[in-house]
Design a binder for this molecule. Structure first.
Ligand code: ZN
Length: 349
């Protein structure tokens, strides 16, 4: 049945992402595997190292450099194998679930263990016109791109195996996507999860030591503007998130200059929401790990009194739910708003 599924649907047209995404994931694995082999053999520029903010380092930086390179050479070699198996006739002997497990597992590693909080920091500091970019951060972006290539390759493969439409993923007896039904609640979580963080930072900006010791500001002079801007971004972001379920998220309000009354392009909301979702989730992993590592005394609390941890890192415990919910809310928005498929004529129930 599965073999039939791969043959039955006609191959997608060349311009459509599902026709080339598998090859792109394969190419990424070849190139990134070779680069890690180069680092394993002593090449310069190994990117998974702890910078000055040791306390908030990415998970992968806890591995010794050699172990990190070996892990990535192995992961990328597997990627080359699975990447070819997805496209070749002999690849049908490779179990479907194994390919999917690899693709999603690799994506999880690349999204959760490689990036640290610097991506979201760069975005936040851009509002203050401060830019600080390095090879280590660029490498994190390369890994996120790799994760996205593998996720979309898995989706495309899933559709072929399921005999679904290659363009939209609908099957003949398709039901409304489960995320669409839960979209409203997921969006509320995504909009409100950053509020505790925003509140602490705004209160700090006015000199109130909320959640921290009264001496906290003497040890850690707070840049008022920075606190205020970061808190403001989160509240602004939360309001924009609500657009994913509001009328003004589908049609620009009439008073809006130039585009008032026009349809909001779907990707105008989906792309920024997804980028923020990835950066917030990745930072959330680092903050959550640090929070528990300090609580369990596995890590020294540099520059933070143990009593202050609830005010400083505590609100960031909501960042994993925030980022995850925002990503799911964006997907739900996409599925809710996309129209009838041009190829299979399918539409949402
Ligand atoms: Zn379709």
């Amino acid at each position: 049945m599965r073999a039939q599924g791969l043959e039955k649907k006609s191959a997608p047209r060349l311009w459509h992402w599902s026709s080339w995404i598998g090859y792109a994931a394969l190419a990424w694995s070849i190139v990134y595997g070779i680069v890690h082999l180069y680092w394993l053999l002593g090449g310069e520029g190994y990117p998974f190292i702890q910078e000055e903010m040791v306390m908030f380092s990415a998970m992968v930086t806890y591995l010794p450099a050699q172990a990190g390179s070996i892990a990535f050479v192995v992961l990328c070699s597997l990627g080359v194998f699975f990447g070819i198996a997805m496209h070749k006739a002999w690849g049908r002997v490779v179990p479907y679930w194994l390919i999917m497990t690899y693709a999603w597992g690799l994506a999880a590693v690349l999204l959760l263990f490689v990036p640290d909080s610097s991506l979201i920091m760069i975005m936040a500091y851009a509002f203050l016109f401060k830019f600080d970019f390095s090879w280590l951060i660029f490498n994190q972006i390369i890994c996120i791109i790799g994760a996205l290539l593998w996720i979309f390759a898995a989706v495309s493969y899933f559709r072929r195996v399921r005999q679904a439409c290659t363009y939209c993923g609908r099957t003949e007896n398709g039901k409304a996507f489960v995320l669409v039904r839960w979209g409203k609640w997921i969006t509320y979580i995504a909009a409100f999860a950053p509020i505790p963080y925003a509140c602490t930072r705004i209160v700090w900006a006015f000199g109130v030591a909320f959640g921290v010791d009264s001496q906290f500001f003497e040890v850690n002079p707070i840049a008022q503007i920075t606190s205020l801007v970061f808190g403001g971004i989160c509240i602004g972001g939360g309001l924009l998130t609500l657009g994913l379920i509001q009328k003004w998220g589908e049609v620009f309000p009439r008073w809006f200059p130039f585009v008032g009354g026009k349809r909001v392009p779907i990707l105008l909301a989906v792309i920024p929401a997804s980028i923020v979702a990835i950066a917030v989730t990745a930072a959330g992993v680092v903050f959550t790990f640090t929070f528990f590592a300090i609580q369990l005394q596995l890590m020294p609390a540099e520059g933070i009194l143990l009593n202050d941890i609830w005010g400083t890192i505590g609100p960031m415990l909501l960042w994993i739910p925030w980022g995850t919910a925002l990503g799911l809310a964006a997907i739900s928005y996409y599925y809710r708003r996309r129209g009838r498929c041009k190829y299979c004529n399918g539409s949402e129930c």
